[in-house]
Ligand binder design. Structure first.
Ligand code: CDP
Length: 795
């Protein structure tokens, strides 16, 4: 017998079909809303119609009288249990139900629990709330203006609307570099608010059992163990009496990381009523009140030498956090990993100042398919790089090539202190340029221009930090960021694997089994993967920021290696040789001097329960906690060509090429799916999607008529390239994260392409989304077009 064929058993590199799809396409998924418990009641939330107002009174007497109503919760009642406010993941507080003021449109004011959701909804409408309107604030400029009302007057010592001022980098060194520059390129941008908008909204079913004192919560969370800790702290329940179950999740994208008032209220309602209470958010509730992303303003400058070398970068960013600072991000960093910007370029020095402000908008800052603000970081970077090349009159690709980090410079210290692990940036760029037919397109572009047609090409090159921790640097509210895997190999060689991550559509059930197959030779189909139940899964920080493969995936490899080490001892016992004489090939141990004499991993598994050597603990199970030594740094090149119609401002994608180097690909088909999904989100952000606000703080975009999701009809085709593979030097199987790369790096490629097409107008920027009217305005009026709120109410 020889080693197993890794691809045949579904190991690394196998484009194995997603096992979870079997139940999803049959309609047999088990989402939170599918869970029905005996005696279950339903909860609905009453939301504020105003963005900023003092609450004069709340009269719920009419609601209480409606037959079928069991409970009406208000902020006042929550306050009696110390639950009117809760801590956020960024050391701020957030109202659960408003007591004093409402601070954004859609804020939770009261909850009704009833026999069915319709009664609960009707009863919400029967609650009379008297508001005294206050002036609303919808952008940072208004927030810091003289005389602006203080939004967070609930906070002792909070005089204005500034949350923080933060800086990173070398201010003096940057100043010196700018003084020596031949030229300075400047750009002002706004990355608009966007919303992860998963198809499944948020929801929870709390089930408190007084007899056992156990609270079970089924809920849409990407991080069940963090929620368990939060519930223990907020509701003061003992942690071992809390079980969080995160069943199938219909997309998370960061939206399902925070703790939302609906979760807390359903838990309290269940404790009070001693019955299961279900809360399922509707689409408007999701879009108007749950975790937003982005909403950052940039003043960026690059110090340049005439030969194209970037000498320094300076960025000044203003972040609009909404009414509560609730970013889910590593505690040490006020504005996430924004300072990962320019990590793929060899820039000696840089300085960033960041200011965060409160506004009358829903709290934001979730890592929407992004490692804590890296989407903004890479968008700003790539827009600034294009503008700089243009200012120098240099070719876009050549400018990047001059400044990209070279292959032999890794590990490379970035201008803001990160250490990137590996990459072949120039090679990826070459592959992308060849695929798009760069030189040829530039010729076509010039010819088209002569005939009045506007063609453009946009490039985005980026690396991003994926896989927080390590635990030295990364924690959330003091809880260190690492992850875990537990593997139990049964006596017949079949196995069950549990991790501290939580899949939301990424295919962990498929890919984790492939890692086990690679390490142990147990066919992937013989490994069941379970995630999301805190009573059974080992402790982990959950899935967001593409951290699963870098951290939990590494833990899967490490636990498999622990199992293999024990199996080796069992094999030596079965083969009656010493351990040192035993060799491993995929799926089998054999005697080095007699390769025909061997035992399979399945035989070792049986021996672990039936024929272990004297003194050996029975069983073949283990757990690994993995604390990564560094982040993984995938690299990507996205290149788009477009044609802009000068008469209407409508732009069409002609071609899009993506070259992703995410190290070793566990499942190439799943990786391609991740990239296509990310590019589609990038296209949506660049082309059609935004949630904005009018000057009264009304949210424009709280439904799918206004907040557009691209369908197959609008979505362009993509050409994906996988030929560049630079393994991560510190990940046990050389894999890097990939889930969010395309959503992070993609938007700049689309915007750069349109800006390239209209370069002759002299316009430096159009804010996303590049709606036809904005592009048309830029072409005809020849000025930059801002998309920052407030917009006119009829926009
Ligand atoms: O944390 P999240 O699962 O969102 O992101 P990820 O770690 O980048 O993984 C997304 C999906 O792609 C998972 O199913 C991974 O196992 C898979 N993947 C892969 O097959 N090879 C890689 N090098 C990276 C991810």
């Amino acid at each position: 017998m020889t080693a197993l064929d890794e691809i045949k058993i579904g190991g690394l590199g196998a484009s194995r079909r997603r096992v979870e799809d079997n139940r999803f396409i049959r309609g047999k998924g088990n989402y939170t809303d599918d869970v029905v418990l005996p005696g279950m009641l339903h909860m609905e939330i009453l939301r504020s119609p105003l963005a900023h107002a003092r609450i004069v009174s709340i009269d719920a007497s009419r609601a209480w009288q409606i037959p079928g109503v069991h409970l009406v919760l208000t902020g006042e009642m929550m306050a009696t249990r110390n639950l009117a406010w809760m801590p956020t993941l960024s050391y701020d507080t957030q109202a659960v139900l408003a007591t004093d003021k409402v601070r954004f449109q859609g804020q939770e004011v009261a909850c009704v629990v009833a026999d069915d959701p319709y009664i609960a909804k009707d009863a919400c409408e029967a609650i009379d709330v008297e508001y005294e309107p206050l002036p609303p604030i919808v952008n940072p400029e208004q927030a810091v203006a003289e005389g602006a009302p203080v939004i967070r007057d609930d906070k002792e010592g909070q005089a204005g609307n500034v949350i923080y001022n933060w800086e990173v980098g070398d201010a003096a060194g940057t100043e010196r570099a700018f003084a020596q520059a031949d030229r300075v390129s400047r750009l002002r941008l706004h990355y608009p608010r966007s919303h992860p908008s998963p198809i499944e909204c948020c929801g929870s079913i709390a089930d408190f059992n007084r007899a056992t004192s156990k609270l079970t919560v089924y809920m849409t969370t990407q991080a069940p163990h963090i929620i368990r800790a939060a519930v223990a702290l907020v509701a003061e329940l003992p942690e071992h009496m809390i079980r969080i179950i995160s069943p199938d999740i219909g997309g998370g994208f960061g939206n399902k990381v925070p703790v939302y008032p609906g979760y807390v209220c359903s838990i309290l309602a269940s404790i009070l009523l001693e019955r299961p209470v279900k809360w399922i958010e509707d689409k408007t509730g999701n879009l108007i009140s749950t975790g937003y992303a982005r909403d950052i303003y940039l003043d960026g400058e690059l110090a340049l030498r005439d030969d194209g070398k970037i000498l320094a970068v300076r960025m000044n960013v203003d972040s609009d956090h909404g009414a509560f600072y609730s970013d889910a991000q590593p505690s040490k960093f006020k504005i996430g990993l924004l300072h990962s910007t320019f990590a793929c370029y060899d820039i000696p020095v840089g300085h960033i100042t960041a200011r965060g402000t409160y506004t009358n908008k829903a709290p934001g800052g979730v890592a929407y398919r992004c490692s804590f603000r890296v989407t903004e970081a890479m968008f700003f970077q790539e827009r600034m790089v294009q503008a700089a090349a243009q200012d120098l009159g240099m070719d876009q690709a050549e400018f990047r090539r001059i400044n990209l980090v070279k292959d032999d410079e890794f590990p490379f210290r970035t201008p803001f202190g990160f250490l990137t692990d590996s990459g072949q940036y120039a090679k990826c760029l070459d592959v992308g340029l060849k695929a798009i037919g760069y030189e040829d397109f530039r010729r076509q572009q010039a010819e088209a221009k002569a005939r009045g047609r506007l063609l453009g090409l946009g490039i985005s090159t980026m690396t991003e930090p994926l896989g927080a921790g390590n635990s030295r640097e990364y924690d959330i509210l003091g809880i260190k960021m690492f992850d875990s895997a537990e593997l139990k190999v049964h006596m017949t060689g079949k196995a069950i694997l549990r991790t501290g991550a939580k899949t939301q559509g990424q295919g962990h059930e498929t890919t984790w089994a492939q890692i086990v197959a690679h390490e142990l030779g147990i066919p992937a189909e013989d490994v069941v993967v379970e995630e999301g139940d805190t009573d059974t899964a080992p402790f982990g920080m959950g899935t967001y920021a593409s951290r699963s493969t870098p951290v939990a995936g590494a833990a899967v490899a490490m636990v498999s290696r622990k199992i293999r080490a024990k199996a080796r001892r069992l094999a030596a016992h079965l083969l009656e040789v010493s351990e040192e004489d035993v060799e491993w090939e995929l799926g089998r141990f054999y005697v080095r001097s007699a390769p025909d004499r061997g035992v399979t991993i399945t035989e070792c598994a049986m021996a672990a329960y039936s024929n272990m050597p004297d003194g050996m603990e029975p069983g073949l199970e283990n757990t690994a906690y993995y604390d990564p030594p560094n982040l993984t740094w995938p690299f990507a090149v996205y290149i788009v060509t477009v044609e802009v119609d000068p008469e209407t401002g409508v732009w069409d994608v002609l071609n899009m090429v993506a070259v992703d180097d995410c190290g070793v690909r566990i499942n190439p088909m799943i990786v391609e799916g991740q990239i296509m999904g990310g590019l589609t989100e990038a296209y949506a952000m660049a082309n059609m999607q935004f949630i904005t606000f009018d000057d009264e703080g009304n949210c424009v975009g709280s439904n799918y008529m206004d907040y557009l999701l691209p369908t197959a009809w609008e979505t362009p085709g993509y050409e994906l390239h996988s030929e560049v593979v630079t393994p991560s030097p510190h990940h046990p199987i050389g894999a890097k994260g990939v889930g969010e790369c395309a959503a992070v790096g993609g938007p700049a490629a689309f915007v750069n392409a349109v800006m390239d097409a209209i370069a002759d107008t002299g316009v430096r920027n159009i804010d996303m989304p590049l709606l036809p009217d904005r592009v048309w305005e830029a072409i005809t009026k020849r000025h930059d077009v801002s998309g920052a709120p407030p917009v006119r109410a009829d926009d």
